[in-house]
Design a protein around this ligand. Structure first.
Ligand SMILES: [Zn+2]
Length: 321
C-alpha cells in the first residue's frame, strides 16, 4: 500500500508537468516511510535541452552500492517531474536534524526531489526552480506542514553533501511560503522571442537554432549597426513596483561582447551592457528597476554596439521583488 498515492494528482493540480515512470505506486526501498517534509537535491549529472534527464535510470534502478528507487521524483531540465515512487526511497541517508526535521532516518522523514543538474558548473534551470517551488508547496500543503519543512540535502546530511548547489535555500523556502500563501508577491513572467504578440523585431533580425543553449525552440540574431533597431519584449506589468530583470541568451565565442539591453523604467530608459560570448543558457540578472504598471514594451535588445559579433535576442524574465 503506497504511502503517498496522491502524489501525481497533487502535482498535476498544482500545474506541474508530470511523467509517471512505470510502477511508481509499488516501487519502494523498504517500508518505513512517514514523511513530514521535502528534501531538495541535485543529481550531479549534466543535463541539457537535448538530454533533459541523464540521471533518471539511476534514480529508478539505483547503483551498485545503493538500491533504487533513489527519489520520489526527478525534476528534468525542462521542469517536468518524473514520478518514480509513492513509497520510501534511498535519497536522504541519516538526518542530523535541520529546522523542524529531527535527527533520524531521513528516508522515513522526507520526500525527495532529485533536480537533474550537475551543481559544479551548472545551476538549476528556471523551469526546474519554478516546478520545484510549485511541487514543494503543493506537497507540504497536502502533508499539513509549512515551508520550513522544505530542506536542502546539505542542511540535513551527516556526510558532507553539498546539494543542491547554486541556490540560497532560505530564498527557496521563502518562495515556497509565498506560493503556499497564494502566490502573492512573486509575480514573474517570461517573454521568449517566440511568445505570441509579445516580441517584436524588424526583418533585419534572423532566426537561429544554432546554439543548444537557446531558450525555447529558437532565437533571433542581427549584426551590430550604428542604430538601435531594437528587438522589444512586451510585458503586462501588474503594478508600478520594483522588478528584477533577467535575460537569457545562448553564448557563442563569436557573439557580441558588448550587447546593450534597454529597460524602460518609470524614470526613462536604462542601458545594461552584457557579454554574449559567455554565461549563456541561464538567467542572468540585468538589475532591479522600477517599472510602470501596464501592458507595454519594457525591455529591448539593441543592435547599437561598437563591438563585433552577432547580437542575439532570446528570452527576458521580469520578477517582482
Ligand atoms: Zn542529495
Amino acid at each position: 500500500m503506497a504511502t503517498v498515492p496522491w502524489l501525481v494528482d497533487v502535482l498535476r493540480a498544482a500545474g506541474v508537468q508530470v511523467v509517471v515512470e512505470g510502477d511508481w505506486l509499488n516501487r519502494s526501498a523498504g517500508s518505513s516511510f512517514a514523511p513530514i517534509g521535502v528534501l531538495w537535491h541535485h543529481t550531479a549529472a549534466t543535463s541539457s535541452a537535448s538530454n533533459p534527464h541523464p540521471a533518471l535510470n539511476i534514480c529508478i534502478n539505483g547503483r551498485s552500492d545503493l538500491p533504487g528507487p533513489l527519489c520520489q521524483a526527478l525534476v528534468d531540465y525542462h521542469g517536468v517531474f518524473h514520478v518514480i515512487s509513492a513509497n520510501r526511497c534511498n535519497h536522504a541517508g541519516v538526518s542530523r536534524g535541520s529546522g523542524p526535521i529531527p535527527a533520524g532516518d531521513g528516508n522515513t522523514l522526507m520526500i525527495g526531489w532529485e533536480i537533474d543538474y550537475n551543481g559544479v558548473n551548472q545551476e538549476m534551470t528556471a523551469a526546474q526552480y519554478n516546478a520545484s517551488i510549485a511541487a514543494t508547496a503543493a506537497v507540504l500543503k497536502r502533508l499539513g506542514r509549512d515551508a520550513s519543512h522544505a530542506r536542502g540535502h546539505r542542511e540535513t546530511s551527516t556526510s558532507g553533501k553539498i546539494d543542491p548547489s547554486f541556490i540560497d535555500l532560505n530564498t527557496m523556502r521563502a518562495d515556497v511560503a509565498a506560493k503556499m500563501a497564494g502566490g502573492g508577491g512573486t509575480w514573474s513572467s517570461v517573454v521568449d522571442n517566440s511568445t505570441a504578440g509579445r516580441f517584436a523585431a524588424s526583418a533585419s533580425w534572423g532566426t537561429s537554432t544554432y546554439s543548444t543553449q537557446r531558450y525555447g525552440t529558437d532565437y533571433r540574431f542581427a549584426e551590430p549597426v550604428a542604430a538601435s533597431d531594437a528587438a522589444w519584449y512586451k510585458f503586462n506589468v501588474p503594478a508600478t513596483a520594483n522588478y528584477r530583470v533577467d535575460a537569457w541568451w545562448p553564448a557563442v565565442s563569436g557573439y557580441n561582447s558588448a550587447t546593450p539591453y534597454i529597460v524602460s523604467t518609470t524614470t526613462g530608459n536604462r542601458t545594461v551592457i552584457v557579454d554574449q560570448r559567455a554565461t549563456g543558457g541561464q538567467w542572468r540578472t540585468l538589475g532591479t528597476f522600477t517599472l510602470p504598471a501596464g501592458d507595454a514594451n519594457r525591455v529591448a535588445v539593441s543592435r547599437w554596439s561598437s563591438a563585433a559579433g552577432l547580437i542575439v535576442a532570446d528570452a527576458v524574465r521580469l520578477t517582482r521583488v
